[in-house]
Write a protein of this length. Sequence first.
Length: 299
Amino acid sequence: MSHIQRLPRFLVLLLAFWLVSLSPAAHAAEPREGLLIVAFGTSVPEAVPALKALDADFRAAFPDAAVEWAYTSQIIRKKLAARGTPVGGISDGLAALARKGVKVVRVQSLHVMAGEEFSALERAVLLDVKAHPGRFEAVYLGRPLLESRQDAREVAAAVLKSCGGRAPGEGLVLMGHGQAHGRADLVFEGMRRAFVEADGLTFMASVEGSRTFEDLARELATRNVKTLWVQPFMIVAGDHARNDLAGEEADSWASRLRAQGFQVKTNLLGMGEIAGVRAVFVRHARETKDDLTREPVKP
Protein backbone atom coordinates (compact mmCIF):
# COMPACT_ATOMS: atom_id res chain seq x y z
CA MET A 1 0.00 0.00 0.00
CA SER A 2 1.40 3.45 -0.97
CA HIS A 3 1.87 6.32 1.46
CA ILE A 4 -0.98 8.25 -0.18
CA GLN A 5 -3.38 5.31 0.20
CA ARG A 6 -2.64 5.21 3.95
CA LEU A 7 -3.67 8.91 4.35
CA PRO A 8 -7.21 9.75 5.54
CA ARG A 9 -9.58 10.46 2.66
CA PHE A 10 -10.01 14.18 3.47
CA LEU A 11 -6.22 14.68 3.38
CA VAL A 12 -6.04 12.97 -0.03
CA LEU A 13 -8.72 15.33 -1.36
CA LEU A 14 -6.95 18.34 0.12
CA LEU A 15 -3.65 17.26 -1.45
CA ALA A 16 -5.31 16.79 -4.83
CA PHE A 17 -6.91 20.24 -4.67
CA TRP A 18 -3.56 21.82 -3.81
CA LEU A 19 -1.79 20.07 -6.72
CA VAL A 20 -4.50 21.18 -9.17
CA SER A 21 -4.21 24.79 -7.95
CA LEU A 22 -0.52 24.77 -8.84
CA SER A 23 -1.06 23.67 -12.42
CA PRO A 24 -0.67 26.18 -15.30
CA ALA A 25 -4.20 25.43 -16.47
CA ALA A 26 -5.65 26.58 -13.16
CA HIS A 27 -3.83 29.89 -13.34
CA ALA A 28 -4.81 30.39 -16.97
CA ALA A 29 -8.45 30.29 -15.88
CA GLU A 30 -8.01 33.38 -13.70
CA PRO A 31 -9.51 36.56 -15.18
CA ARG A 32 -6.95 38.37 -17.32
CA GLU A 33 -6.88 42.15 -16.91
CA GLY A 34 -6.93 44.61 -19.78
CA LEU A 35 -6.56 48.37 -20.07
CA LEU A 36 -8.36 50.54 -22.64
CA ILE A 37 -6.87 54.04 -22.77
CA VAL A 38 -9.30 56.50 -24.34
CA ALA A 39 -8.29 59.91 -25.68
CA PHE A 40 -9.84 62.45 -28.03
CA GLY A 41 -6.87 61.76 -30.29
CA THR A 42 -4.41 63.82 -32.30
CA SER A 43 -3.10 63.89 -35.86
CA VAL A 44 -0.29 66.34 -35.06
CA PRO A 45 3.04 64.44 -35.05
CA GLU A 46 4.61 66.84 -32.54
CA ALA A 47 1.86 65.98 -30.04
CA VAL A 48 2.50 62.22 -30.09
CA PRO A 49 5.27 62.19 -27.39
CA ALA A 50 2.65 62.99 -24.74
CA LEU A 51 0.61 59.92 -25.67
CA LYS A 52 3.71 57.72 -25.86
CA ALA A 53 4.75 58.82 -22.38
CA LEU A 54 1.29 58.00 -21.04
CA ASP A 55 1.36 54.62 -22.74
CA ALA A 56 4.73 53.80 -21.14
CA ASP A 57 3.55 54.79 -17.65
CA PHE A 58 0.35 52.75 -17.91
CA ARG A 59 2.23 49.68 -19.12
CA ALA A 60 4.70 50.04 -16.25
CA ALA A 61 1.87 50.40 -13.72
CA PHE A 62 -0.09 47.43 -15.14
CA PRO A 63 2.67 45.09 -16.41
CA ASP A 64 0.39 42.05 -16.75
CA ALA A 65 -2.44 43.86 -18.53
CA ALA A 66 -3.23 43.82 -22.24
CA VAL A 67 -3.26 47.44 -23.44
CA GLU A 68 -5.38 48.96 -26.22
CA TRP A 69 -5.97 52.55 -27.28
CA ALA A 70 -9.15 54.21 -28.55
CA TYR A 71 -9.73 57.69 -30.01
CA THR A 72 -13.16 59.27 -29.67
CA SER A 73 -12.75 61.71 -32.57
CA GLN A 74 -13.97 60.23 -35.84
CA ILE A 75 -12.21 62.98 -37.79
CA ILE A 76 -8.87 62.09 -36.19
CA ARG A 77 -9.43 58.37 -36.76
CA LYS A 78 -10.14 58.96 -40.47
CA LYS A 79 -7.00 61.06 -40.86
CA LEU A 80 -4.83 58.43 -39.20
CA ALA A 81 -6.41 55.60 -41.21
CA ALA A 82 -5.63 57.49 -44.43
CA ARG A 83 -2.00 57.70 -43.29
CA GLY A 84 -1.85 53.99 -42.63
CA THR A 85 -1.67 54.33 -38.81
CA PRO A 86 -5.23 53.54 -37.74
CA VAL A 87 -6.50 53.81 -34.17
CA GLY A 88 -9.95 52.41 -33.46
CA GLY A 89 -12.86 53.65 -31.41
CA ILE A 90 -14.12 52.44 -28.05
CA SER A 91 -16.02 49.42 -29.41
CA ASP A 92 -12.96 48.42 -31.45
CA GLY A 93 -10.74 48.58 -28.37
CA LEU A 94 -13.11 46.53 -26.21
CA ALA A 95 -13.46 43.92 -28.95
CA ALA A 96 -9.66 43.66 -29.25
CA LEU A 97 -9.34 43.07 -25.50
CA ALA A 98 -12.06 40.40 -25.65
CA ARG A 99 -10.19 38.60 -28.43
CA LYS A 100 -7.12 38.53 -26.19
CA GLY A 101 -9.08 36.71 -23.50
CA VAL A 102 -9.41 39.68 -21.15
CA LYS A 103 -12.15 39.35 -18.54
CA VAL A 104 -11.54 42.42 -16.35
CA VAL A 105 -11.23 45.74 -18.20
CA ARG A 106 -10.15 49.14 -16.93
CA VAL A 107 -11.26 51.94 -19.25
CA GLN A 108 -9.19 55.03 -18.48
CA SER A 109 -10.23 58.38 -19.86
CA LEU A 110 -7.53 60.89 -20.78
CA HIS A 111 -9.99 63.77 -20.66
CA VAL A 112 -9.06 66.68 -18.41
CA MET A 113 -12.55 67.27 -16.99
CA ALA A 114 -15.85 65.37 -16.94
CA GLY A 115 -17.63 67.39 -19.59
CA GLU A 116 -19.45 66.51 -22.78
CA GLU A 117 -16.66 64.34 -24.21
CA PHE A 118 -16.40 62.21 -21.07
CA SER A 119 -20.18 61.74 -20.93
CA ALA A 120 -20.10 60.49 -24.52
CA LEU A 121 -17.30 58.07 -23.60
CA GLU A 122 -19.29 56.70 -20.67
CA ARG A 123 -22.39 56.20 -22.82
CA ALA A 124 -20.35 54.43 -25.50
CA VAL A 125 -18.85 51.98 -23.00
CA LEU A 126 -22.24 51.29 -21.39
CA LEU A 127 -23.86 50.63 -24.77
CA ASP A 128 -21.07 48.23 -25.71
CA VAL A 129 -21.38 46.38 -22.39
CA LYS A 130 -25.15 46.05 -22.87
CA ALA A 131 -24.68 44.85 -26.45
CA HIS A 132 -22.32 42.06 -25.31
CA PRO A 133 -23.64 40.78 -21.98
CA GLY A 134 -21.27 38.45 -20.16
CA ARG A 135 -18.29 39.21 -22.40
CA PHE A 136 -16.41 40.75 -19.47
CA GLU A 137 -16.64 39.97 -15.78
CA ALA A 138 -16.04 43.62 -14.91
CA VAL A 139 -15.54 46.90 -16.78
CA TYR A 140 -14.15 49.62 -14.53
CA LEU A 141 -14.34 53.25 -15.64
CA GLY A 142 -11.49 55.54 -14.60
CA ARG A 143 -12.32 59.18 -14.01
CA PRO A 144 -10.83 62.19 -15.87
CA LEU A 145 -7.79 64.08 -14.66
CA LEU A 146 -9.56 66.60 -12.40
CA GLU A 147 -12.06 65.22 -9.92
CA SER A 148 -10.88 66.24 -6.46
CA ARG A 149 -8.93 68.86 -4.57
CA GLN A 150 -6.08 66.37 -4.33
CA ASP A 151 -6.07 66.04 -8.13
CA ALA A 152 -6.01 69.82 -8.59
CA ARG A 153 -3.14 70.31 -6.16
CA GLU A 154 -1.04 67.52 -7.67
CA VAL A 155 -1.64 68.78 -11.20
CA ALA A 156 -0.84 72.39 -10.24
CA ALA A 157 2.44 71.35 -8.64
CA ALA A 158 3.42 69.22 -11.64
CA VAL A 159 2.55 71.86 -14.26
CA LEU A 160 4.34 74.65 -12.39
CA LYS A 161 7.43 72.47 -12.10
CA SER A 162 7.36 71.80 -15.85
CA CYS A 163 7.96 75.48 -16.67
CA GLY A 164 11.56 75.34 -15.50
CA GLY A 165 12.89 78.31 -17.48
CA ARG A 166 10.53 80.78 -15.83
CA ALA A 167 12.23 83.45 -13.71
CA PRO A 168 10.78 85.09 -10.56
CA GLY A 169 8.24 87.76 -11.46
CA GLU A 170 7.35 86.19 -14.81
CA GLY A 171 3.76 85.11 -15.31
CA LEU A 172 2.40 81.83 -16.62
CA VAL A 173 -0.65 81.78 -18.91
CA LEU A 174 -2.37 78.42 -19.37
CA MET A 175 -4.77 77.73 -22.22
CA GLY A 176 -7.47 75.17 -21.45
CA HIS A 177 -10.00 73.89 -23.95
CA GLY A 178 -13.26 74.41 -22.09
CA GLN A 179 -16.78 73.78 -23.42
CA ALA A 180 -19.29 76.13 -24.97
CA HIS A 181 -22.13 74.74 -22.82
CA GLY A 182 -20.23 75.34 -19.59
CA ARG A 183 -20.45 71.80 -18.24
CA ALA A 184 -16.89 71.92 -16.87
CA ASP A 185 -16.81 75.58 -15.81
CA LEU A 186 -16.84 74.90 -12.06
CA VAL A 187 -14.07 72.32 -12.32
CA PHE A 188 -12.07 74.80 -14.40
CA GLU A 189 -12.52 77.49 -11.75
CA GLY A 190 -11.49 75.05 -9.02
CA MET A 191 -8.32 74.25 -10.95
CA ARG A 192 -7.66 77.94 -11.47
CA ARG A 193 -8.00 78.49 -7.72
CA ALA A 194 -5.47 75.73 -7.03
CA PHE A 195 -2.97 77.45 -9.33
CA VAL A 196 -3.52 80.83 -7.64
CA GLU A 197 -2.92 79.23 -4.22
CA ALA A 198 0.29 77.62 -5.49
CA ASP A 199 1.55 80.55 -7.56
CA GLY A 200 -0.10 83.96 -7.70
CA LEU A 201 1.31 84.73 -11.15
CA THR A 202 -0.46 81.86 -12.90
CA PHE A 203 -3.41 82.77 -15.13
CA MET A 204 -5.93 80.57 -16.93
CA ALA A 205 -8.45 80.96 -19.73
CA SER A 206 -10.02 78.66 -22.29
CA VAL A 207 -10.66 78.36 -26.01
CA GLU A 208 -14.35 77.48 -25.76
CA GLY A 209 -15.25 77.86 -22.07
CA SER A 210 -16.77 80.81 -20.25
CA ARG A 211 -13.42 82.22 -19.04
CA THR A 212 -12.19 83.77 -22.26
CA PHE A 213 -9.07 85.53 -23.50
CA GLU A 214 -10.84 88.85 -22.83
CA ASP A 215 -11.23 87.85 -19.15
CA LEU A 216 -7.53 86.97 -19.12
CA ALA A 217 -6.57 90.34 -20.63
CA ARG A 218 -8.59 92.25 -18.02
CA GLU A 219 -6.96 90.27 -15.22
CA LEU A 220 -3.46 90.82 -16.59
CA ALA A 221 -4.10 94.57 -16.85
CA THR A 222 -4.39 94.71 -13.04
CA ARG A 223 -1.11 92.91 -12.41
CA ASN A 224 2.44 94.19 -12.50
CA VAL A 225 3.90 91.58 -14.83
CA LYS A 226 5.84 92.22 -18.04
CA THR A 227 6.95 88.76 -19.19
CA LEU A 228 4.51 85.90 -19.76
CA TRP A 229 5.09 82.24 -20.49
CA VAL A 230 2.24 80.65 -22.44
CA GLN A 231 1.62 76.91 -22.11
CA PRO A 232 -1.25 74.56 -23.06
CA PHE A 233 -3.39 73.13 -20.27
CA MET A 234 -4.20 70.19 -22.53
CA ILE A 235 -3.02 66.59 -22.63
CA VAL A 236 -1.27 67.06 -25.98
CA ALA A 237 0.32 70.14 -27.53
CA GLY A 238 -1.68 69.81 -30.73
CA ASP A 239 -3.42 72.22 -33.08
CA HIS A 240 -4.81 74.52 -30.37
CA ALA A 241 -1.41 74.86 -28.71
CA ARG A 242 0.56 75.41 -31.89
CA ASN A 243 -1.90 77.72 -33.64
CA ASP A 244 -4.46 79.27 -31.28
CA LEU A 245 -1.99 79.70 -28.43
CA ALA A 246 1.50 80.17 -29.87
CA GLY A 247 0.92 80.69 -33.60
CA GLU A 248 2.33 83.57 -35.63
CA GLU A 249 -1.13 84.69 -36.77
CA ALA A 250 -2.41 88.00 -35.40
CA ASP A 251 -5.32 86.34 -33.57
CA SER A 252 -3.27 83.83 -31.55
CA TRP A 253 -3.00 84.42 -27.82
CA ALA A 254 0.76 84.98 -28.06
CA SER A 255 0.35 87.61 -30.79
CA ARG A 256 -2.45 89.41 -28.96
CA LEU A 257 -0.45 89.47 -25.72
CA ARG A 258 2.58 90.89 -27.55
CA ALA A 259 0.32 93.55 -29.08
CA GLN A 260 -0.63 94.53 -25.53
CA GLY A 261 3.01 95.08 -24.65
CA PHE A 262 3.96 91.79 -22.98
CA GLN A 263 7.12 89.87 -23.70
CA VAL A 264 5.90 86.36 -24.52
CA LYS A 265 7.76 83.06 -24.22
CA THR A 266 6.28 79.68 -25.19
CA ASN A 267 6.45 76.27 -23.55
CA LEU A 268 4.68 73.89 -25.95
CA LEU A 269 4.49 70.95 -23.60
CA GLY A 270 1.44 68.71 -23.51
CA MET A 271 0.40 67.72 -20.01
CA GLY A 272 0.84 64.09 -20.98
CA GLU A 273 4.57 64.83 -21.08
CA ILE A 274 4.54 65.83 -17.40
CA ALA A 275 5.24 62.90 -15.04
CA GLY A 276 3.14 64.27 -12.17
CA VAL A 277 0.09 64.61 -14.42
CA ARG A 278 0.51 61.08 -15.75
CA ALA A 279 0.67 59.82 -12.15
CA VAL A 280 -2.83 61.21 -11.47
CA PHE A 281 -4.27 59.31 -14.44
CA VAL A 282 -2.58 56.09 -13.30
CA ARG A 283 -3.94 56.59 -9.79
CA HIS A 284 -7.45 57.01 -11.15
CA ALA A 285 -7.12 53.79 -13.14
CA ARG A 286 -5.95 51.93 -10.04
CA GLU A 287 -8.51 53.31 -7.60
CA THR A 288 -11.74 53.19 -9.61
CA LYS A 289 -14.50 50.92 -8.30
CA ASP A 290 -17.06 52.03 -10.87
CA ASP A 291 -17.94 48.70 -12.52
CA LEU A 292 -20.25 49.34 -15.47
CA THR A 293 -21.35 45.69 -15.59
CA ARG A 294 -23.03 46.03 -12.17
CA GLU A 295 -26.12 47.86 -11.02
CA PRO A 296 -25.29 50.93 -8.90
CA VAL A 297 -25.22 50.27 -5.17
CA LYS A 298 -28.38 51.75 -3.60
CA PRO A 299 -27.79 54.15 -0.69
